[in-house]
Design a protein around this ligand. Structure first.
Ligand SMILES: Nc1ncnc2c1ncn2[C@@H]1O[C@H](COP(=O)(O)OP(=O)(O)OP(=O)(O)O)[C@@H](O)[C@H]1O
Length: 231
């Protein structure tokens, strides 16, 4: 088995159950990921992929089961503690960049740093260097409404990486892009994550996108199953 062992994993989950009304979304899902590892979470529509990601990231509390990050048990934490952990240790990239429309691209990327108390000048300098790395520093003074989908996604990746997170959660990060842009975005995301030793939990239904991962996990009927290593 190529999976990260639960002992020593950076992030792991055991026996997650989550039901929305009478709809079961997770039914005993297990998951684990090591630092620096890129894991693709695949599976049919409605199988529970996004719910698994939301539970792992502490956005949604599971009905039962445990989530551990480093030596901390997210399942036992109050909302405030989980929010603080998300700000300090996690980065997020969604299908549609979800950038703040009123802010420039630099200000969007600097925002996670500003929220943890980094001064404006330093936050903007660090944001600019990530925008350069993601090849979008030419749009740094633009607002999100003035950039293309591919540029917006690169800005969103810069924002996810700027705080040097332990884990990046990416839910269909290339879903709104054409294939060429999608592949470049995946290359930039996985290269940057490997350089910074961040783990990436990548939800996708495209095998071309999953090919950028080290390992694939398939979610079916709310349960996660490890597939053979692909990288
Ligand atoms: N906030 C919610 N309220 C009610 N039901 C929900 C909610 N979120 C998810 N569900 C349901 O839980 C199940 C799992 O949904 P989830 O979004 O995790 O699946 P998914 O595999 O990510 O799907 P997709 O590939 O279509 O995005 C589905 O039946 C879905 O309708």
């Amino acid at each position: 088995m190529t999976s990260a062992t639960t002992t020593g994993a950076l992030l792991s989950a055991h026996g997650l159950h989550k039901t929305y009304g009478s709809t079961p979304a997770l039914a005993g899902a297990d998951f684990s990921i090591n630092a620096g590892e890129v894991v693709a979470v695949m599976g049919p529509s409605g199988s529970g992929k996004s719910t698994l990601l939301h539970c792992l990231a502490g956005i949604v509390p599971p009905d039962s089961g445990t989530v551990r990050y480093k030596d901390r048990d997210l399942s036992g934490m109050a909302d405030g503690g989980r929010s603080a952990l998300r700000r300090s240790d996690f980065g997020f990239v969604f299908q549609f960049g979800q950038l703040v429309p009123e802010l420039t691209c630099t200000e969007n990327v600097a925002l996670p740093l500003r929220l943890v108390g980094v001064g404006r000048k330093e936050a903007n300098a660090r944001a600019t260097s990530w925008l350069e790395r993601l090849e979008v520093d030419d749009v740094r003074h633009h607002r999100p409404g003035q950039v293309s989908g591919g540029q917006g996604q690169r800005v969103a990746i810069a924002r996810a990486l700027v705080g040097n997170p332990g884990v990046i959660f990416a839910d269909e990060p290339t879903g709104a892009l054409d294939s060429l842009n999608g592949e470049r975005v995946m290359e930039l995301l996985t290269d940057a994550a490997r350089d910074t030793h961040a783990a990436v939990v990548l939800v996708t239904h495209e095998s071309r996108v999953a090919a950028y991962s080290d390992r694939e996990v398939v979610v079916r009927d709310g349960k996660a199953r490890d597939m053979a290593g692909v990288g």
